[in-house]
Write a protein that binds this ligand. Structure first.
Ligand code: PLP
Length: 347
């Protein structure tokens, strides 16, 4: 399992970054409406956040077409990934996931003694659902699927994932991490929340960190069967990990469709520009459905990120399938121009 990020190194590198393209943040958030709600909530923040949390939970339940008992809030979706890792790893067993994928849940489970069963992505960089279904065994404690996937940005077709959920969830719980789903053309047709509505043992996790631009405010949620929500709640203080200020801001942002559409549009412009730069330099980026782009490098990844950092651009490299890769998050157009100038010097 990839190691945890080295916080000391990150903190040392941050001041060198004019363009911070390391962590798939949204530079346009939070929205003005969210900031206003947050400031108003500051005045009452001597009070515990109960009613603000309940209001956010009710609004999310309504938006997702489920009952409030199907919703659990977290301080970012990381909170819920950790809760699932702790809940499902407590009796040993293993987490089944793709490789590469977002490592947080797997790492937390392995830290407390679980195993990791990994399945490579298909040649289109989708989850290999047939191979994953075959790998499910008595020792599997949870199936973890990230769609769209991180770090590749690629998707697993919703119809195939839906039939996978329908059959495999009868045997084992499935955790679908939809952190980036809001960047897709029609998120409502892509989400697996309908599997939860049909009563399947599926947990869907979402975050406000991406399209809502809340990475620093820490709000996420899970949708699952009420008995599963109760269980996960044991590891997240029942959802009371969210501050009154963040819950109020999230409630304002949840319905601010104009703002999220603006962010999706800005992200598309940055992505089109980045694809153009990469392709003109002879690179072949993966087909991204997120706010980041992954492309195969022609040099050592560590060397590449170091050289880019010297030029003020922070990004990340990976190694998988005998290939070095770079993942660049989409920033403002100024950020992407800085990326393009530095990249052209190195390619
Ligand atoms: N899931 C995926 C796939 C992610 O990429 C991230 C963060 O980058 C997270 C979950 C966690 O995000 P947060 O804890 O900010 O909601």
């Amino acid at each position: 399992v990839p190691p945890r990020a080295d916080l000391k190194k990150i903190l040392a590198d941050l001041p060198k970054m004019q363009a911070r393209l390391t962590s798939n943040e949204n530079p346009f958030g939070p929205s003005e409406k969210a900031k206003k709600a947050l400031m108003e909530a500051v005045n009452e923040s001597c009070r515990y956040p109960r009613e603000r949390i309940m209001a956010l939970r009710a609004a999310i339940a309504k938006e997702e077409g489920v009952s409030e008992e199907h919703v659990l809030l977290g301080a970012g979706s990381s909170d819920l990934l950790l809760a699932a890792a702790l809940k499902y790893a407590d009796k040993g067993g293993s987490i089944l996931s793709a490789d590469p994928t977002y490592a947080s849940l797997v790492r937390s489970a392995v830290d407390v003694g679980a195993g990791w069963e990994k399945v490579p992505l298909t040649k289109d960089f989708a989850h290999d659902l047939d191979a994953m279904a075959k790998k499910v065994s008595d020792s599997t404690s949870l199936v973890y699927i990230v769609n769209p996937n991180n770090p590749t940005g690629t998707i697993t077709p919703a119809d195939k994932l839906r039939s996978f959920c329908e059959s495999v969830s009868k045997r084992k719980p499935i955790f679908i991490d939809e952190a980036y789903i809001d960047y897709m053309a029609d998120p409502k047709s892509q989400t697996m929340v309908d599997c939860v509505r049909k009563g399947q043992n599926v947990i869907v996790a979402r975050t406000f960190s991406k399209v809502h631009g809340f990475a620093g405010l820490r709000v996420g949620y899970a949708i699952a069967q009420p008995e599963v929500i109760k269980e996960l709640g044991k590891y997240t203080n029942g959802g009371f990990n969210v501050s009154a200020t963040s819950a109020s801001a999230a409630l304002a942002s949840l319905h601010d469709k104009e703002f999220t559409q603006y962010c999706v549009q800005k992200n598309k412009e940055a992505k089109d520009f980045t694809y153009d730069v990469l392709k003109k330099e002879g690179y072949t980026p993966l087909d991204s459905h997120t706010n980041f782009v992954m492309f195969p490098l022609k040099m050592n990844g560590k060397k590449f990120t170091e050289e880019m950092l010297k030029r003020g651009v922070g990004l990340r490299s990976w190694e998988f399938y005998d290939q070095q890769w770079c993942r660049v998050s989409m920033g403002t157009m100024d950020d992407m121009k800085l990326f393009a100038d530095a990249f052209r010097q190195l390619s």
